[in-house]
Design a protein around this ligand. Structure first.
Ligand code: ACO
Length: 341
């Protein structure tokens, strides 16, 4: 009898040289380096580390893809930001240059906010996208994208690898990954985290608010993780990024203090609610505060995540292309059988 692992929990699907997500120790290691030691890297330097192949000039790629994306812009308003990224990717001519896909996602994000913006090929990727998108604190965006660029065999990365394994090409693999990312159990959580904090700010008794929510069988957004049995190390990296940005933004400093207080209350309530399961803060909690402070709208958060995670998706797509084997698991049939053979 075949054994089934619900949600593929504990199933190892590949050997990878890209990252180690150490759920017991709460460590994230990218190509042999702790995430916390990569905090000063530029987006381009991180791409070089993750891809281990020379990265084509992202500035030239932004210039190359912009006219294609601008042409598609009239339809952007009809789509959610993450759907717009997928659509923009589909409008590009086919390319053998992976930098084009990275550039396209950033440019699509920026042009949706500011349709007349022009890329500057001399600028670094993050500064240019932040300027085009009319955002403040580009260093906050750089810290965010470096933090979330890669994270093992998460649902969207696995999706990208499955599609890459069919040899459908990089665009198809990235498009599928965007779809997987948008769900609230994966990359769609930070918007709801802010909704939750807003409600808590109005609540007379936040502890009772948390308890009621759990009693109704709902989940607290920004908490829990499939792999981490301790606090997600990215939560600390992003809380520090919030602290840096809050040096310029007093309103963020105040929101951060409130969020830290609510985090302590939430983890204590979750511990009492589910004593057998460690439910700690995940990456999405402080993502929400940081992206709001930088100037993004809630509905854009998942698309912003995608524009950073694309580096990790491509690293895995390259590895899968080298591996070359079709990913094709089995399913245990538990349905009826014909009465006669
Ligand atoms: N709030 C309340 N209860 C929770 C939470 C939570 N945030 N997370 C898990 N639980 C409970 C589940 O209801 C389940 O209870 P049950 O056994 O009584 O059914 C138990 O803990 C185990 O949960 P699983 O669903 O098995 O955990 P899994 O590993 O499948 O899910 C996930 C991980 C999806 C992140 C989950 O913790 C969750 O839904 N969190 C809230 C959404 C969120 O923050 N998502 C962002 C994740 S980070 C990222 O992908 C970038």
């Amino acid at each position: 009898m075949q054994t089934v692992s619900s949600g593929l929990e504990g199933v190892c699907v590949a050997d990878s040289h890209i990252s180690l997500v150490d759920g017991q120790a709460g460590r994230l290691i990218l190509r042999g380096v702790h995430l916390r030691d990569l905090g000063d890297k530029s987006f381009e330097e991180l791409a070089q580390i993750l891809w281990e192949v020379p990265v084509e000039n992202l500035g030239e790629a932004r210039v190359r893809v912009t006219p294609w994306i601008r042409e598609a812009l009239p339809l952007a308003g009809e789509l959610a930001p993450i759907e717009w990224l997928r659509f923009a990717l589909d409008r590009l001519p086919d390319s053998k240059n992976s930098a084009d896909w990275v550039a396209a996602l950033g440019v699509a994000l920026a042009l949706r906010r500011n349709p007349k913006a022009q890329p500057d090929p001399e600028a670094d990727h993050v500064s240019d996208i932040a300027r085009m998108a009319g955002l403040q604190w580009p260093d906050g965006l750089r810290r965010y994208w470096v933090c979330v660029a890669e994270h093992g065999m998460n649902a969207s990365t696995f999706t990208a690898r499955v599609v890459a394994s069919t040899r459908a090409g990089q665009r198809a693999a990235l498009s599928a990954a965007l779809g997987a990312l948008q769900g609230p159990l994966h990359g769609g959580a930070p918007g709801p985290v802010l909704d939750m904090l807003d409600e808590l700010q109005q609540a007379t008794d936040p502890a009772a608010w948390f308890a009621d929510k759990l009693a109704r069988g709902e989940r607290l957004m920004g908490f829990g993780h499939r792999i981490y049995r301790v606090r997600d190390p990215r939560a600390d990296v992003l809380r520090e990024a919030c602290q840096k940005v809050s040096e310029h933004l007093p309103e963020l400093a105040e929101r951060l203090r409130f969020a830290e207080k609510m985090e302590r209350l939430a983890t204590a309530t979750l511990a009492a609610h589910k004593p057998g399961r460690v439910l700690q803060t995940n990456v999405e909690y402080y993502t929400a505060l940081l992206l709001e402070a930088i100037g993004f709208e809630r509905e854009e958060f998942t698309a912003v995540f995608a524009c950073g995670r694309v580096l990790g998706w491509l690293a895995h797509i390259f590895e899968q292309e080298r591996e070359g084997r079709l990913i094709r698991p089995e399913v245990r049939y538990v349905g009826p059988m014909p009465t006669e053979d």
